[in-house]
Design a protein around this ligand. Sequence first.
Ligand code: PLP
Length: 394
Amino acid sequence: MNIKINENFDLLSENYLFSEINKRINNFKESNKNVDIIKLGIGDVTLPLGKKVIDALLNASKEMGNKDTFRGYPPEYGYDFMKDAVKKYYKRINVSLDLDSIFISDGAKSDLGNIVDIFGDNPIYIPNPVYPVYLDSNLMSGRNINYIIGNEENNFLPLPTKDIKDNSIIYLCSPNNPTGGAYNYDELKKWVDFANNNGSLIIYDSAYEAFILNDKLPHSIYEIEGASNCAIEICSFSKQAGFTGLRCGWTIIPLNLESQNHKINSLWKRRQATKFNGVSYPVQRAAEAALSDEGILECINNINYYMENAKMLSKLFDEKNIFYTGGKNSPYIWFKCPNNMKSWDFFDYLLENANVVGTPGAGFGTFGEGYFRITSFNTHEKTMEAIERLRRIL
Ligand code: PLP
């Protein structure tokens, strides 16, 4: 075969983070057969779905097996009942959305990855360190990428700088994966004002908004005045409602977002109608249930469970006086490796001396080198045991 391939794929670095982690664990296990390894690297939820969600899923599945209630293709942009549920969810934070600005998706990753389809060749600004999908999807499209640097000085929550070019696309993630940091109103306002003044578009990933426990922090960028003129928001049921295996999310593209005489909302509509056939009816009914009053309470119960773990972990780093971010409004804790160790060296040290696994910060970008991510998705018992082990070696 001699077809031309997309050479931009050569620009992607090997997706080796989790395979390398597993390789090192397996090597370690070979010579340490009976050792109990505790995994604090988990980036996936572990608690089961709530009763409301399961009931809705079962009922909708039954409807699909009945001649009178069977449904075929769903609308590409989501059923109205589902969009209504999202609209109502935003009302709790006093954000009013047009129904047509809401797109139901099969999760945030797809939309974060696919949104590049509707834009031309603009300068792209991506935080470093951050969730790798923004970088890789832009590399695949041959875009010109710049980094917004997160470091200890800015608590891994970078703010706008003068060197950011006009008319750029800027990715923000709050609460952030991997650093767990969350922007406050003033900080987010700086980004919104900046974008409105220099003609830029913000793509705001709020996949972890439900973990925000501090009522002084914004859950959505649309809580900031002017954001509907410069921002797209992408969110997910994955971590909020335990949908990592069910798959559902949403994207908000305000109707007034416009560039070069094109409505961004219409471009996305066209894109989705061409390449996406919507989210299944049972899953949308389940997601609707997750946003009902009772459903939200069930989700909060699970989130509180994880956040108990995050609190216990944070305490350890307070006690040891180690620099860390996250753990307060996020399931992630991001800390500086002791003795200026590099991320992967610390990974090995932790595995060998505490039999605990986390994620090396270098896997989230060059500025993650020297840092480490642990998560709160394990059980209380395992997390407490891990803390005891960490206390001994840190
Ligand atoms: N955004 C961030 C910051 C994430 O960490 C993740 C998943 O880990 C996603 C988006 C993807 O979410 P989804 O499961 O909805 O595709």
